[in-house]
Write a protein that binds this ligand. Structure first.
Ligand SMILES: C/C=C/C(=O)SCCNC(=O)CCNC(=O)[C@H](O)C(C)(C)COP(=O)(O)OP(=O)(O)OC[C@H]1O[C@@H](n2cnc3c(N)ncnc32)[C@H](O)[C@@H]1OP(=O)(O)O
Length: 245
């Protein structure tokens, strides 16, 4: 069974991560598949919104650490880079439903979603410095805009985990939802978006993202730095230490 699954429901393309044995860590093939489903959904007039979710115990543990260890430099053709720019450029609205761990890109991809719901089992973390890396997915510009400079510094530089209640307080998520309602509620919200006039929806999303060029430029800077850090000895030691645990 594929690690990235897709189904369409009343105008909503639902993309789910299904690699629970590795806490839905994204490997290169998953980024590729994810990007393809997004590109197809953007091109399909019957699709009006996207929804992302993980498995019962986890949203995503972020990038596969084994892939990090084997990674060469990140260029424009790298599956992760292609995914990030695709996510940034999405015209159609995105809803995310988070339960369990959302680590690294599992958290930062949420900054590109339009509506984010989580249950009280959700745990967010951006442990980039802990891994001897730097922030990605434009989180170094989006997070300060959302939560303020000091709080962003705390979340990124210390890289500690925080719960759904804190994420709601910081407005990283829209709302904490009861566990047994998370998926149905998030899907209902996505269907509401899908039922509204699509061109107006897309124009409104575009207007809300008026700083897109600046965000894109920052994402490019991050990728250059991230690529350098990825090759460093201190990062390789951190990856190996995680995998030995
Ligand atoms: C561009 C993108 C950048 C980024 O995303 S940077 C962030 C990278 N991600 C991380 O640093 C997260 C690493 N994972 C964790 O911290 C923990 O896991 C969790 C908190 C997500 C879950 O903890 P628990 O429920 O106790 O599970 P477990 O025993 O740690 O993991 C179960 C299995 O899943 C593998 N695994 C978990 N996360 C990853 C990962 N990100 N890449 C590769 N493998 C991962 C483990 O190794 C293990 O595997 P086995 O059962 O074979 O020992």
């Amino acid at each position: 069974m594929s690690y990235i699954q897709v189904r369409d429901d009343q105008g909503v393309r639902i993309i789910s991560f299904n690699r629970p044995e590795k806490r839905n860590a994204f490997n290169l093939e998953m980024y590729q598949q994810f990007t393809e489903y997004l590109i197809q959904g953007e091109a399909d007039n019957d699709i009006r919104a996207f929804m992302f979710h993980g498995t019962e115990n986890c949203f995503s543990s972020g990038n596969d650490i084994v892939d990090f260890l084997q990674s060469g430099a990140l260029d424009d053709n790298h599956p992760t880079v292609k995914f990030l720019f695709c996510l940034l450029d999405l015209k159609k609205p995105v809803v995310a439903a988070v339960t369990g761990a959302a680590v690294g890109i599992g958290t930062t991809l949420l900054l590109h979603c339009d509506l984010v719901y989580a249950d009280n089992r959700a745990k967010f973390q951006m442990p980039f410095v802990n891994l001897a890396l730097v922030p990605e997915a434009a989180s170094s510009i989006l997070l300060p805009l959302i939560v303020g400079q000091q709080k962003a510094a705390e979340l990124i530089l210390l890289g500690e985990a925080f719960d759904a209640e804190m994420a709601e307080k910081l407005t990283i998520i829209n709302r904490v939802v009861a566990q047994d309602e998370l998926i149905s509620f998030s899907l209902a919200q996505a269907k509401k978006l899908a039922a509204l006039p699509p061109l107006s929806m897309q124009a409104s999303k575009r207007l809300l993202r008026h700083n897109l060029a600046e965000v894109k430029a920052q994402m490019k800077l991050e990728i250059v730095e991230f690529s350098k850090r990825l090759q460093s000895d201190e990062a390789k030691q951190r990856f190996q230490a995680f995998l030995k645990k």
